[in-house]
Write a protein that binds this ligand. Structure first.
Ligand code: GLN
Ligand code: ZN
Length: 747
């Protein structure tokens, strides 16, 4: 039996983030829409031809987008947010919905399942679904004109509706409204010669998948009645499915993830659940990590799968949107580079397997096999860790610590502070880039940093904040910065991955044992502290977040890697304490997003997260105050774990949730320090005193005043200097008035 290869989606960004630059150039009015579209078409072409080079049996189309593929689908079906309705449906409308404009706020961004990609949430309020310009067909025709064997990709109706919000209709009603529109699009693609259409239904791998079965059955029956069943492949990823159910759907093929399924998809196949006549689209190459495949193991997986289907297509486990494009442009140490595999290298792995099975051509296969073995032979497990010798809980309970801290810090009622970063101005970014590219000396760079720190210490003094920060000017990114300095991490040059819209992140790669070798943040923090009598907070990223926002090694259990990072952060915490820093903040903004998709894994995940955080932070003296920060407010089921972190103060986002937080914190009587984000830093808008005062009042009804801090929602690095100064002054003025009014009331 011959096997075929396919792909689910390719990174949009381009090898050197050309996509981002093209789009941002248009936003900055550097050229018009025609020019932008020309640039993007060129990029799309490059992506298609690049994939074709790897001999793929079919290349996906519909993954490429101007911003986000879910937003594309919303526009295709005219699910336009009410406030943007009445305008022509075109690219400018698309950008406005995604980014907001002068009159209207943008649509919400939400994390795409458990990845770091964010999609634009479709809004149903007053939506009038109909078919707009069929961009998908256009892109498919374009691929054909390039002689690329392609298949269209579209998010399926069940997942689309499940990820959307608003509207008075029921779930079923929404799906039913969309079905005729889907049918028309699918039919147009079939007519245009599409060999099959990949319908992404990742919602079917979640805890809730059972609830969707009836409507899923009805939807795909509808397509079957329209004569489409031989053309549709239901694609899932990120977790296991209920194969019994999927097997009963009238479609040509099923796409399953065999990497992130905890072994359950394979087990169901072995149990004989799959109908042999369905095409099995087997996701066997990890689409989310950057390690070269164990090609021998993949070969035997294929052999196993062949026993259970007549028709096998091998492909990555998910879209390659989640990995960088290519290793070609990197200049990495070859001994490590050999072990890596970005998007194009993954396609090469598929090609090697296809040649092996179909043509008895084992040249590439053997090459990859040798390379993999060579990489495995190197030992990246060199270090011994004594986890036992580091504390996993503070010396005294919170009440006692608080006493010691209050005596030492002597802070006023309702202390004010910020979350860490100050504006990363053009100048800051330029200095850092110049320094990285050796255009300026270390001394010149350091002098600039000192100057910037000093300037912002003065600004904080003038505004009248109580606890200062140094501003994080030396950091490009809160994870990459630590990746660059800790042993065991590798930082790539072009390893960018789209996070949302034009925003990309460059996760460091953890390849070896993590170790702290020298202070990472002490110099800047101490310098800031030397300029003021107010306490300056040390600013670190926590182990859970560092791991979550890195490409992690797979040769060790995850929790062990996380604990190694925790020990490294613990060293830095102690170095800061030793240097006299009295407050240390360990940020964990990724703690919640790392939560596994299936709830059966939640408890174990949270337990390990708490342990790692405590390893990182428990060794300090009672009088040293540990803060943590998370940029969201819906804690819900994880609130107990948050409490278990035992941080002296937690700062969280609340301004956009209008007090929702209070409920979660009330439910467990949260009696540790808590800093409330009283204004939204994502908007350039300056908050009013009334708003801030009201937010504080509302919170104080639930939270003990002696535990309460006042701060912005998150770091201020994306804001302009003037905005920051103005907003923080409003914050401090509001608090000062509150202090006065309460004092006079007490008299
Ligand atoms: N300390 C970081 C900052 O202020 C926190 C960022 C975050 O929570 N994402 O930028
Ligand atoms: Zn934040």
């Amino acid at each position: 039996m011959t096997i075929q290869t396919s792909n689910l989606g390719f990174p949009r960004l381009g090898r050197k983030r050309e996509w981002k630059k093209a789009i941002e150039g248009y936003w900055a009015n550097k050229y018009d829409l025609t020019t932008l579209n020309q640039q993007l078409t060129d990029l799309h072409k490059e992506n298609l031809l690049l994939q074709k080079n790897y001999n793929l049996s079919s290349v996906p189309v519909g993954d490429f987008s101007l911003y986000d593929h879910i937003l594309d689908t919303s526009l295709l079906f005219n699910i336009i947010p009410e406030r943007f309705q009445g305008r022509e449906v075109n690219d400018d409308l698309l950008f406005d919905i995604a980014r907001g404009n002068k009159e209207h706020v943008a649509s919400a961004l939400i994390k795409w399942f458990n990845t770091n990609y964010h999609y634009i949430v479709p809004e149903w309020d007053k939506a009038e679904p109909k078919l707009n310009h069929n961009v998908l067909l256009e892109r498919f025709n374009y691929a054909q004109s390039l002689n690329v064997d392609a298949h269209p990709v579209i998010v399926g109706p069940i997942t689309f509706v499940a990820l959307s919000k608003g509207g008075h209709q029921s779930f079923e009603e929404k799906v039913n409204t969309l079905l005729p529109l889907y049918k028309e699009v699918l039919q147009s693609l079939v007519d245009a010669g599409a060999p099959y259409i990949q319908i992404d239904e990742p919602i079917l791998v979640t805890d809730d998948s059972k609830d969707y079965e009836t409507i899923t059955q009805a939807a795909y029956d509808y397509f079957a009645d329209a004569g489409l069943s031989d053309h549709l492949v239901i694609q899932t990823y990120f977790e296991r499915v209920n194969l019994q159910f999927l097997n009963g759907l009238p479609v040509k093929g099923l796409g399953l993830d065999f990497v992130h399924d905890h072994g359950f998809n394979l087990q169901q196949i072995k149990d004989g659940v799959l109908d042999r006549n369905k095409v099995l689209y087997a996701g066997i190459i990890d689409g989310r990590n950057v390690w070269a495949a164990d090609i021998e193991a993949k070969k035997s997986l294929i052999e196993t799968l062949q026993n259970y289907t007549n028709d096998l297509v091998i492909q990555p486990s998910s879209s390659l949107l989640h990995v960088p494009v290519s290793l070609d442009d990197e200049t990495l140490d070859t001994s490590i580079a050999e072990g890596l595999s970005f998007a194009t290298e993954k396609l090469d792995e598929l090609d090697a397997l296809k040649r092996l099975f179909n043509d008895n051509d084992d040249r590439k296969y053997n090459e990859l096999k040798t390379r993999y073995a060579r990489f495995q032979e190197q030992s990246f497990k060199n270090l011994d860790y004594d986890f036992e010798k580091v504390r996993t809980s503070r010396q005294s309970p919170f009440k006692e610590r608080k006493k010691a801290q209050d005596e030492r810090l002597n802070l006023p009622d309702l202390p004010t502070t910020t979350i860490g970063s100050f504006p990363q101005s053009q100048e800051v970014r330029k200095y850092r880039a110049d320094w990285k590219n050796n255009r300026i000396t270390d001394a010149a760079y350091e002098a600039f940093l000192k100057n910037e720190i000093a300037r912002w210490i003065k600004i904080q003094e003038d505004i009248g904040l109580d606890v200062f920060v140094h501003g994080e000017f030396e950091r490009n990114d809160m994870v990459e910065f630590f990746g660059e300095k800790l042993q065991g991490f590798l930082v790539t040059k072009f390893g960018w991955v789209q996070s949302y819209g034009s925003r990309a992140v460059k996760p460091p790669v953890i390849y070896g044992d993590v170790k702290w070798t020298e202070p990472l943040t002490v110099k800047e923090t101490l310098y800031a502290q030397s300029l003021t009598d107010k306490p300056v907070k040390g600013m670190l990223t926590g182990p859970v977040t560092i791991l979550n926002w890195s490409f992690e090694r797979v040769d060790l259990p995850r929790e062990e890697v996380q604990d190694q990072i925790a020990l490294a952060i613990n060293e830095e915490v102690l170095a800061l304490e030793e240097a006299g820093i009295q407050i240390i903040q360990v940020d964990e903004p990724a703690l919640r997003e790392g939560l596994p998709l299936r709830s059966e894994y939640h408890e174990a995940y949270l337990e390990k997260a708490v342990r790692s955080f405590k390893l990182a932070t428990s060794s300090v003296a009672d009088a040293t105050q540990i803060h943590t920060h998370m940029c969201y407010s819906q804690f819900g089921q994880i609130i107990h774990a948050i409490y278990d972190l035992d941080a002296d103060v937690i700062s969280i986002e609340t301004s956009r949730s209008h007090g929702d937080l209070i409920q979660d914190f009330e439910d467990i009587t949260y009696d540790l320090g808590i800093g409330l984000g009283v204004y939204d830093i994502h908007s350039p808008r300056i908050p009013t005193e009334a708003e801030i005062t009201e937010a504080i009042h509302r919170a104080l009804q639930e939270i003990d005043r002696s535990l309460f801090w006042v701060n912005p929602d998150c770091g201020l690095k994306t804001r302009k200097e003037d905005e920051v100064k103005e907003a923080l002054s409003v914050l401090v003025n509001s608090v000062e008035k509150l202090r006065k009014s309460t004092n006079s009331a007490a008299v």
